[in-house]
Design a protein. Sequence first.
Length: 464
Amino acid sequence: MNIVLVIIDTLRQDHVGAYGNDWIVTPNLDRLASESIRLTRCYPESLPTLPVRRALHTGKRTFPFHGHRDYKGDFSGAPGWGPIPEEQDTVAEILSAHGYRTALITDTYHQFKPSKNFHRGFQEWIWIRGQESDPYKTGPAVPPERLAAHIPESLKNHPRLGPFLQRYFLNNSYRITERDYYPARVFTEAARWVWDNQDAEQFFLVVDSFDPHEPWDPPAYYRRLYDPDDDVVDVIHSLYAPWHGVLTPRQVKRVQANYAGEVTMVDHWLGFFIETLRATGWLENTLLVLISDHGHNLGIDPGDKGLISKQGHPMTHAVADLVAMIRHPEGIGAGTASDILCYNHDLVATWMKMIGIEPEQEMDGIDLWPALSANGNGRDHVTVAWGPLVTVITDEWWYNANIWGEAPLLYAVQQDPNLEHDLAEQHPEVCEELRQMAVEDAGGEIPEAFAQYRDKPGCTPFLQ
């Protein structure tokens, strides 16, 4: 059985039709869900971008971030923001050793920064250049009027936004048609790989799309599906902060429409790729796993808590709830949903068990298939870590604080789905019980190195 892993960055669970959204246009994700087991409570074991992928490429937890250090050529990032450790085997290495043809196709440029090694073990890897701040192109400065069209008056003097957009627009100065946008390039390249490798006896293909990560600048016809008017500055980037006092409600609506438009564009090209698998016949013998790495707050209140950001505190459903689907080639569980608690790296252990490969190194993930195929149980809790900030989720509670228990937030998750009513003061004993779960998940004690993570860039400060 072949394995295709599709990773989609920054895809909010509540922006997929199959997860209950009745206005978003995601026909291909919806069709995939109808052919898959859809997970509703799958969470990243640690955040953000690179820690999620480390777990997916190894089946091992990144938390509690042992051996974290800074590397030249990249910003001093959150713990876990580093290469895959040398002592850890990658899934690509394991499957290559078992006769699989392996390939990685991605535009997630963080994986290729100096010192990074996320392509390790793949027999073919393709890095599609230019996303976000990728140092891809030099050249003449972008005209000021182009930048002005995307920067609201309140951010005209922001020290980083203008230079960031300069880099991004220069990287993408070649765009003419939709086929020049990243989702088209990533999924078209993946389709080409499928056509070119029809002689493979078995393969492992990872297709990793950075979109719908910010900047959110899809072709205007996608955005106009959700906001048809052109009467507002076209805000395309996150604030990483509360929006009140920075953007107007009208500008927030534009941000939300740009994001939704980008989701629909990604959906379209995902469909192109899946139809290629279908047309070649590979879908009949391929386990297709799709997962997001996290979402993003878009000012959709009350759940987004007035934020246009992603952060470790307050942790929201918009950021933490993953889109996750498992499509079995025999149709097992097609069209069903499971609310078991699980991690992203559990999916790795699950597919390794399904293909009968026992890695020499034990993985931290658990095989979910018995629970998924027989309506069984998953984990009793999950711990989502972002630097020293932790979120512990159980069937009853959603706890969010730093590892020392400072600034705790506690919600009765069943009765309070938008996480609006903080019960931390009423239930300090519950907070401590859940904090201890996070400490146990860190190995039973708080690593001394955690003290230096408080002020690391990428370890977001408390926003409330």
